[in-house]
Design a protein around this ligand. Sequence first.
Ligand SMILES: [Zn+2]
Length: 706
Amino acid sequence: MSVFLLAALALATVNENVPFRTALPKVYLIDYAATHVGNPEYLETIAAAPPDILHVGHDLAFKSHLGPCRGFGSFPASYDLMSPDECEAEITRLREYVDSLHRAGARTVIPYICDVFLFGDHEKRTGFWTFYDHWEEYERFGFGERPKTDPIEWMQSDERRPFERNDMFVYEPCINHPDWQRYLRAIVRLVAQCGYDGVFVDVNSFRCPHACCRSLFWTYLRERYSVREIAKSFGFDSPGSVRLNEKGGDLTAVETCRFRAWSFARLFTMLKNEGEAIRPGFMLLPNLSPMAHIAGVRQRIGNGQDVGRWATACDWLMFEEMQQPGLFGASTISDCTLQYKLAFANRVRGGMLLYHARDPGGVSLAMAEAGAGGGGALIQGGYESPEVRNRYHAFWRENRDFFEGYEPWSQVGVCYFRDELYWGNLEHLRAIYRLRAHLSEHHVLFDFIVDGGLNREQLCGYKAVILPFVRHLSDKEIETLREYVAHGGVLVVAGDCGAFDKLGRRRVRRPFLRWMNFPDTAGLPPIRHTGKGVCISLGGLDEYVPSPAFNLYDLNEEEANDIGVVMRRAQEYPDVPKNPSPLLGLIMPLAKTDLSVAGPDTPRTVQVSAFVKRDAAGGVLVLHLLNYNLPIHGLAKSGPPVPVHDIVIDVPLPQGWRAVSAETIAPDAPPENIAFAKSGLRTRASVPQLDLYKVLRIRCKNTLEH
Ligand SMILES: [Zn+2]
């Protein structure tokens, strides 16, 4: 392998010591219509409310799934191979088209490719095979020599699915097959040559058992284990003996999942580098599928989708969700808080494709979520509600100081480890969804702590750390948690945390029980003071985190995708009263602080997130207040919001900080000075009215330095 190729393959390393900070949210539109190119009316639509990111469909001469096929539809009515000269002319026309979109005000324009689908018929030589059989004629476009293997040999699966049009089938190539990779790299170069600023990569799911992956799996393992360790832990003595484990249950299965996620990160890096060489700053934005429901996450475990591992290769990713934010029925909240927090914790910006957020209320609340989530975007389908987008766009740009360069200000850390899912630990997954909703509804400022994040620097900021069914912990992680408690932290351990090490070896005794000197039996006292802090050992969460009878995250994918079903189900449940949280009731006296930052009368539909920025004189604390009481009436129909009055915010400030001013801003209300008062180490302020979204900024002086 050449040095150049090795450099190109090197994955970007993330500097964990530099805090990940908030960024100005983006206005992001998506539309795959085939009628955009050379269409003056389309340019007028764009110019009326220009997005930061415009995501178009197949506006390319060479499509990833079909090759040089005429037209811009996803699935053209008839396959019509363009001649090389026609391709030249088409690329020239597309360059002018992308330029015209830039002139209309779209800053970043990206088209669609897919890394795991090919369309055609390998027997009748139609679709992609038409192109493959004429490959040499197109070499000048950067495809190089015709691959020696027929595309039918690139596939991850022997199955092909019939496609209802054109007598074609859908095939699934393996992202690790070198010939398919070579083709995708040429496609991305052509994307960049058309003047696009990046590329969207769709589907991203693979489970290939073939030689292309077995040999690479050996390479992957060798980067992590010695030959002896591979023999001992996996039973492979050579590249030829390697097998992947689909079935789960052991370290080979876990490494198979990690390997697939690593394979995507590797492919994304390759593709991004191809674009970057032609268009500096080239963006690569992959689709990570939905995370609104546990069933969707569960069925994709091990298919290569992994926020943390992908974040090493790209700055943005898409969550593809069907719903819109707001309130179903009397008490079922639809939000993207989990997705935004997960993306932020993994140091990547999340874009939420919410198919039904198109009406003014839905667009407004979804754009507000991007601000409250620390950056990212609503990915809006189509162009409805331009006045709302323009209002938010202006609001963000005029108030950059509220949105850019902040770090999270949270009192609680919740460990959400992707690797637990690779071990088949669904209890962890369910606990995360439940805890997330519970903490949001009780106005607790919290972050996710993700794989690799259990370190002193991260933990020291939290009053409490929750470890929900995290079964696999290293000795070092356990030691870090012990130090955290010794220095005064409150650690909540739910379930059999740390029962195994990272290689899946069972520990003789569960570490937190041993450390607290509890007997390994049921009926334990749950609380033990140790050092300056406390460890709480809970058998489970049922008693402490009561779950409402109906949750959107419990729906299966089919149900969740049907708004009629969601509305019917939500309406079956009456308004749930907001009872005090048993979990907070347990933690707060031990943490000696109030972990809820909004008064007890604040409804569950209000969610709060907070960020800080430090400067020479002191700093700034911003709190984002969102009101999800935006009744959803049907598909892309919501509102008006039911305002909340007199919200008492009572928030701890960083050590030594004293509030000197407080004000709110909102996209739909004038700025307002807010009365505030010091109460111990906290500051109390009252926000008179919240419709959908307000940002409360508290400027502070650092009294320690003055
Ligand atoms: Zn493969």
